[in-house]
Design a protein around this ligand. Sequence first.
Ligand code: AMP
Length: 279
Amino acid sequence: MRVVREVSELRAAVVAERAAGRSIGFVPTMGALHEGHVSLLRAAGERDDFVVLSIFVNPLQFGIGEDLSSYPRDEAGDLAAAEASGVDLAFLPAVEEMYPPGRSTTVRVGAVAETLEGAVRPGHFEGVATVVAKLFNLVQPDRAYFGQKDAQQVAVIKRMTRDLSFPLDVVVCPTVREPDGLAMSSRNAYLQSAERAVATTLWRALQAGREAIGDGATWEVAEKTMENVVERVPEVELEYARAVDPDSFGPPSVSGPLLLVIAARVGRARLIDNLLVDR
Ligand code: AMP
């Protein structure tokens, strides 16, 4: 596995692979790698000849008062996990390498980026879309792999990829969970042990919502059902529990799949999760 930190090295490497006729799979991350990230790397390795991983804690996607400075970082552990997961090239740029002085262009995706996570975290998806667009230009992958765990991010990236005509496929991989259902996340490291025990409330709420819909409830009732599950656990502070259309993140359509999404604070961790429900 090659480790590069400069844009010029990255470009030279991917140009050579492409010239040799190899397909490129790309997995962008912020590091602190866990089994969720590894599942994306393995999926990329199964379909593509050359797997590029980026590790970059992107300051543009963190708001004021968010956890940019305390975000978990573990370069040595990440590189070992990357190597074991079949990564061919790891790109670990410094902030100045990605954002030279004078940078002013950003990517705003529009409506899908403005509800829910976009409303609670103003500017977040502009930061995500900007860094992902830039990484897409640098890596020029055939396929880019994202986790269903961040469902609204997936919707934003898919919209951007279509709108800006990036010549690549966005591949979405299932959410990897702990045995008790908690979605894996780098931010789970913030949970103290008592908080870790109640963090499964999000998953329980989503399942209760799905069950309600399976029993014939409307999506409004399913939202209420999820809220009720969380309200019974005082340590979990609900931000939202909603049913949305999986592509637009607006209200669900009358029939077809809907997505249950939830966000809550547990201690100093802010957790999100979601569940796709077929109807
Ligand atoms: P992050 O490092 O949090 O920016 O995540 C990098 C990529 O890993 C994103 O596409 C995430 O959606 C994905 N990811 C994070 N957690 C999980 C998980 N538990 N299961 C599957 N994918 C995940």
